[in-house]
Design a binder for this molecule. Structure first.
Ligand SMILES: [Zn+2]
Length: 450
C-alpha cells in the first residue's frame, strides 16, 4: 500500500483519527445487562452510527439497507473498525438512546489534543496586542430537529398545552475560527434542553454556562477570546467569561444597547473617542470609532471597550458593526479585533450551513428515542464534521483529493467516497484516497457464462 502523506501528519488523517475515536468510545461502559451471548457491542453500535454520519447517509434506513452488502461490511470493518455485526436501525436506536451524551464529549477532546500535538493549532492563533497566543472561539445556537409528535426527555417545547404544541432540539456549537481560514475546529457542542428555561434567551444562556465550564475543564490552558452575537452582550455573560480568564468580542446592537450608544455619542461630543480610517488597494474603506471603559448599561457599573466600525466596499455599499470587548483598542489592534468579531460568521456559514446543506444532514431525524438518542446522533454528526475539518486542515491526501474540483468540491468528494465504498473492498483510508487521487482504470462488467 502506498503511503503518500508525510509521516509527520499521518496522525491527522482519517485512519489515525478514526482509530482514536474507536479507542475512546470502546472505553464507554455498556449500560446493558451483560447476559446476552453474541450481542452487538456498544463500541460497534457507536462506530456504525459514526460511519453512517461520516459517510453522509441521509437516513438510518438507507444505511441499514446498504450495510448488509459484502462491500459495506468489509469496508466498515477495515475503515471504521466495526468488529462484529452491524446493528439494524431499530437496534442501533435502542442501544444508543440511554448513553449519557457526556461520553461523546471525550473523542472531541482526544482529536483536539492530536491537532495540538501536531502544532496545527497555531493555524488558529490570532494575536492581538500583548495577547500573543489568543484563539477565537465563536459560539452560537442552532436548531436540529422539529416535530409535532415525537417527544423525549430533552425536547424543548413550543406552544405548550396548546393544540399546536411541538417539540424541538437545539444545540450550542463552539468552534475555533480564524479570519483567514475556511476550516473551523469544533469543540464538543452543548445541547439546549427542556430544563434550560422557558424563553430562547434563558435556554441559550444556561447552555452557554455549561459549555464554558466544560471548555475550561477540558482545555484549561487555551487562551481564548469568546466571540458571540448580541444576545450575550450583558454583564453576567461578560463576568462569567472574565472569571475563566478569557477575553470577549461581542456584538452590541442598537436596539438592545441604547444607553451604550448614547454613552459613545456623549463621549464623542466631548472629544473622548478616537477615530481611524484606512483604505485597501481594492477600494474597500474602513472607518473605526472607539473608546475604552464605557458603561455597558445604566444599571450596571461594568465597563467595556467599544468599537464602532463601518466598511464601505468598492461599490460604495456600507456595512456597520459595533462590538464590546475587553481587549485593548488602539491603532494597532482595532483592525485585528474587527477581523476577530467578523469571523463569527464562520460558525453560521462554514459550520451550520455546511452541517445542514453540504452532506451532514444535521437536521435529519435519525431517530428520536426517549432519552438521549437525538442528542447523541447530533454529537456523532458534528464529530464526523470535525474529522473532515482536521483532514482539510492537515491531511495532505484529503487535501489532494479535494483540490482541483469545481464548486461544491466537498459534496463531490463525499459522493466519490461512497461510490468507492459500495464498489470495492478497501483496506484503509490511505488506500481509498490514493485510489481516488490516481483514478481507477475503466473496465467492462465481467459476467460468468459458464
Ligand atoms: Zn426530543
Amino acid at each position: 500500500m502506498t503511503a503518500t502523506a508525510p509521516k509527520s501528519r499521518k496522525h491527522l488523517c482519517a485512519d489515525s483519527l478514526i482509530r482514536l475515536i474507536h479507542e475512546t468510545l470502546s472505553q464507554v461502559p455498556d449500560h446493558r445487562p451483560n447476559r446476552v451471548k453474541g450481542k452487538i457491542t456498544l463500541t460497534d453500535a457507536f462506530m456504525s452510527a459514526f460511519a453512517m454520519m461520516h459517510l453522509k447517509y441521509a437516513t438510518l434506513l438507507d444505511f441499514d439497507r446498504e450495510a448488509r452488502t459484502e462491500e459495506l461490511q468489509y469496508n466498515l470493518s477495515h475503515l471504521y473498525r466495526v468488529q462484529g455485526r452491524i446493528p439494524c436501525d431499530t437496534h442501533m436506536r435502542e442501544i444508543l438512546d440511554p448513553v449519557d451524551p457526556i461520553e461523546l464529549r471525550k473523542p472531541y477532546k482526544k482529536l483536539f489534543a492530536q491537532v495540538q500535538r501536531g502544532g496545527q493549532l497555531d493555524a488558529f492563533k490570532h494575536p492581538v496586542g500583548e495577547f500573543k497566543n489568543l484563539h477565537l472561539l465563536a459560539v452560537d445556537g442552532t436548531g436540529l430537529y422539529y416535530s409535532g409528535k415525537c417527544r423525549c426527555q430533552e425536547c424543548c417545547v413550543k406552544n405548550e398545552g396548546k393544540p399546536s404544541e411541538a417539540y424541538y432540539h437545539q444545540m450550542l456549537a463552539a468552534c475555533l475560527v480564524h479570519p483567514d481560514r475556511k476550516v473551523v475546529l469544533p469543540l464538543a457542542p452543548e445541547p439546549i434542553v427542556h430544563q434550560d428555561g422557558s424563553t430562547k434567551n434563558d435556554c441559550e444562556k444556561n447552555a452557554l454556562k455549561r459549555l464554558l465550564a466544560h471548555t475550561k475543564r477540558e482545555h484549561p490552558h487555551l487562551e481564548l477570546a469568546i466571540v458571540l452575537d448580541g444576545l450575550y452582550a450583558d454583564a453576567p455573560t461578560i463576568e462569567l467569561i472574565k472569571s475563566y480568564g478569557w477575553h470577549f468580542i461581542i456584538v452590541a446592537k442598537d436596539g438592545n444597547h441604547g444607553s451604550l450608544v448614547e454613552a459613545m455619542d456623549t463621549l464623542d461630543e466631548n472629544g473622548q473617542v478616537k477615530r481611524l480610517e484606512s483604505c485597501e488597494d481594492n477600494g474597500t474603506r474602513h472607518w473605526y470609532r472607539y473608546a475604552e471603559s464605557v458603561p455597558l448599561n445604566k444599571s450596571d457599573p461594568g465597563q467595556v471597550n467599544v468599537l464602532d466600525y463601518v466598511e464601505t466596499d468598492k461599490k460604495g455599499q456600507r456595512h456597520t458593526w459595533c462590538w464590546v470587548t475587553d481587549l485593548p483598542l488602539n491603532e494597532e489592534t482595532v483592525y485585528l479585533i474587527m477581523k476577530g468579531g467578523r469571523s463569527r460568521w464562520r460558525i453560521e456559514n462554514e459550520t451550520f450551513n455546511t452541517l445542514k446543506n453540504h452532506g451532514y444532514n444535521l437536521e435529519h431525524n435519525y431517530g428520536h428515542g426517549k432519552q438521549h438518542l437525538a442528542t447523541n446522533m447530533a454529537y456523532l454528526t458534528i464529530l464526523a464534521f470535525l474529522v473532515d475539518q482536521i483532514q482539510q486542515l492537515a491531511c495532505p491526501q484529503f487535501q489532494k483529493a479535494l483540490s482541483g474540483k469545481p464548486r461544491g468540491a466537498r459534496v463531490y468528494l463525499w459522493k466519490m467516497i461512497i461510490q468507492h465504498f459500495q464498489s470495492w473492498l478497501i483496506e484503509s483510508w490511505d488506500e481509498l484516497f490514493t485510489a481516488m487521487i490516481q483514478g481507477q482504470v475503466a473496465r467492462r462488467i465481467q459476467i460468468d457464462t459458464s
